[in-house]
Design a binder for this molecule. Structure first.
Ligand code: SF4
Ligand code: SF4
Length: 443
């Protein structure tokens, strides 16, 4: 398949990254890449979706990786998967010999192996300079389900309408479902048999990078899972932060022990981010320490500093995130470095083991299988958001009262912007439509 043809198919199918920020996949197809990496690190504790999808569709995913590799004229594709995911590794090994430019790379069971800059280092040994994207070192990284969606688009012309989602924590039967996009979290929880206790919070995403959600939130193209945790769980306590209180606590309790910086995965890869220095600027009131503040912009919110490293229970990640948001609002942009930093000599010994992380966050008891359920779920109603990706939202393309079918365009792609279209995930009647979402009663 030709490069432009693939790019066009991927864009028309509305494919955006099925995790993280939901970057439009067509915009990642780049002929400067010599290596395509499939990211199956799945390092958010308790989530199983990536490894399950790769195990089930190993051939289809490797087939699509092969098509991408050839279309962008790269030399190879690498399937990066944790050695711990034995069934997935077995499934990949069974099909990989059919693809002569594909190979397997086993990742360690640490957090955050799935930060793409870390995945690239672990699989290729290349270090992405701070503030740059993977293509700066000749690599493009794709999420497992994104590549599965590319497979469906290139073989059947199928647009993105459904999403694999793990539901874990305090529910009767933790499972992974294949649901129409726009399904509410309330419906997902019901599918698991309901919650097992009343005093729970819903986390949209994983324990490390997710954020509080409600039962009215809906599945989007980048929803990998939701987590139901009791109010008393350490994850809830650490996420439940008031920024002003966080600043006061930093001023009174940060002892400058340096642990947050010692364990910061980006710092260990030679990037200039130093959370302890940022906290020092907060606690001393030296918010004009420009180099420290500029370096804080390289934080990727992995959460290691505040969810694991800081023994005082402080919130370097959240304070940095607030600072970054304010800087962006002022138009301050990240300056890309031209050269990679020096990888820390102690990096190998400072990786955070997953079991230790789960234990510290009180998650070990929830680490159960969450099997992938084959049946496609049919909710009564779906709310399909027009912005499910980074870039410009899709433009409303349906009217209230209109009958629509599965796959029909409900949000048009804006061609001269970073954007992908949005397709209906169900057959039904549009009961509300505006520039934010389309609400559909399912037939
Ligand atoms: S780990 Fe906590 S106490 Fe230590 S320097 Fe970082 S924020 Fe301060
Ligand atoms: S969240 Fe903390 S540990 Fe992670 S990159 Fe930012 S400063 Fe480093």
């Amino acid at each position: 398949m030709k490069f432009e043809e693939l790019k066009d198919i991927v864009r028309k199918a509305g494919i955006a990254g099925c995790g993280g920020a939901g970057f439009p996949a067509y915009a990642k197809l780049d002929k400067r890449a010599d290596t395509i990496v499939l990211n199956c690190a799945e390092c958010e504790p308790l989530f199983k979706v990536h490894r399950q999808v790769l195990e089930k569709y190993a051939y289809e995913i490797c087939y699509a990786l092969d098509v991408i590799t050839k279309a962008v004229e790269a030399e190879q594709f690498i399937v990066a998967v944790k050695g711990e995911y034995k069934a997935t590794v077995e499934a990949v090994n069974a099909v990989l010999p059919q693809f002569k430019n594909g190979k397997l790379s086993l990742l360690p069971e640490v957090y955050p192996a799935g930060d793409e800059v870390i995945t690239i280092y672990e699989t290729t040994g290349r270090v992405v300079p701070a503030g740059n994207i993977p293509i700066s070192v000749g690599v493009t990284v794709f999420n497992v389900e994104t590549v599965y969606n590319i497979y469906k688009a290139i073989t059947d012309g199928e647009p993105v309408t459904h999403k694999f989602v793990t539901v874990a924590g305090e529910v009767k039967n933790p499972q992974t479902f294949y649901v129409p996009i726009g399904t509410t979290f309330e419906d997902l929880i019901k599918l698991c048999g309901g919650v097992t206790r009343e005093d729970v919070r819903i986390i949209n995403g994983g324990p490390m990078t997710g954020f509080f959600g409600t039962k009215y939130d809906v599945v989007k193209k980048n929803t990998n899972g939701i987590l139901i945790l009791p109010e008393s769980n350490p994850v809830v306590a650490r996420k439940d932060i008031n920024i002003n209180v966080g600043v006061t606590r930093a001023k009174s309790s940060c002892c400058q022990c340096h642990m947050c910086t010692d364990l910061c995965p980006r710092n260990l890869l030679g990037q200039p981010i130093k959370p302890n220095e940022f906290m020092k600027a907060v606690l001393t009131g030296k918010q004009n320490d420009i180099p420290v503040l500029v370096d804080a912009m390289y934080c990727v919110s992995c959460g290691i500093c505040e969810m694991y490293a800081c023994m005082q229970g402080l919130h370097p990640r959240s304070l940095i995130a607030e600072f970054k948001m304010n800087m962006r609002a002022e138009g301050v942009k990240l300056t890309p470095h031209t050269k990679p930093g020096k990888v820390h000599s102690q990096r190998e010994f400072r990786k955070v083991p997953m079991n230790r992380l789960k234990e510290r966050l009180g998650l070990t008891i929830y680490d159960v299988e969450a099997p992938l359920v084959d049946d496609v779920v049919k909710p009564k109603k779906v709310k399909i958001m027009l912005s499910q990706h980074i870039g410009a939202p899709a433009k409303l393309a349906v009217k209230k009262g209109q009958h629509i079918s599965v796959g029909e365009v409900v949000g048009e792609c804006i061609n001269d912007a970073l954007c992908v279209g949005v397709n209906s995930s169900v057959k039904g009647k549009v009961v509300d439509a505006n520039d934010k979402f389309v609400l559909v009663d399912v037939d």
